[in-house]
Design a protein around this ligand. Structure first.
Ligand code: SF4
Ligand code: SF4
Length: 184
């Protein structure tokens, strides 16, 4: 044992240093919060549970037109869309399903959708005992919209995080467009 270590041991210096640190921090505001009674607001753009947008916002059906772009871009292949033709030859989205347990919460489906029809809400407190509880059907996704998003919040969300460059769904100037393959 060196002389310095001996002095430290005899005079209990480490203990006093520890007690001084405890005293210094004792009267500071705690950084921990009492979850779940206290909660911090989520960050803007937080990617929580999915929802399908209603059109019109409060009363309408899903805005989704069943184009399938979200399913095509989804890296987890966890979006399943089933469409049918109505008698007026209009496309109907019969089923729109997301297997949330496979989702990466990357947000690509939101960015790919040309109609602002799908979004990620701020809701993250969900749990369940079966896989089925995390298999989101169209009805569940619309309910998520009513519960966790709603008209005003979704407008703010899309204005910040939805990326098509124009609101009229035309082709923006800078957009890369596929113009067919050059003849060899
Ligand atoms: S957030 Fe990503 S992984 Fe999840 S459904 Fe959308 S595209 Fe797929
Ligand atoms: S990209 Fe949008 S409109 Fe197309 S199927 Fe997905 S949610 Fe529906």
């Amino acid at each position: 044992m060196t002389f310095k270590e001996l002095v430290k041991t005899v005079f209990l210096l480490e203990i006093f240093k520890g007690m001084a640190l405890t005293l210094r921090t004792m009267f500071r505001r705690p950084v921990t919060i009492q979850y779940p009674t206290q909660k911090k607001p989520v960050m803007p753009g937080f990617r929580g549970l999915h929802a399908l947008t209603r059109d019109p916002p409060q009363t309408g059906d899903a805005r989704c037109v069943g184009c399938g772009l979200c399913a095509a871009i989804c890296p987890s292949r966890c979006i399943h869309i089933y469409t049918a033709d109505s008698e007026e030859h209009k496309k109907i989205v019969e089923r729109y399903e997301i297997d949330v347990l496979r989702c990466l919460f990357c947000g690509l489906c939101v960015e790919a959708c040309p109609y602002a029809a799908i979004l990620l809400t701020e809701h993250y407190e969900y749990s369940g005992y079966t896989r089925e509880e995390f298999y989101m059907t169209k009805e569940k996704l619309l309910k998520n919209y009513d519960l966790y998003m709603g008209a005003e919040k979704s407008m703010a969300y899309f204005s910040k995080f939805w990326h098509p460059l124009r609101g009229d769904f035309g082709t923006p100037k800078k957009q890369v467009v596929f113009k067919g393959r050059k003849e060899e």
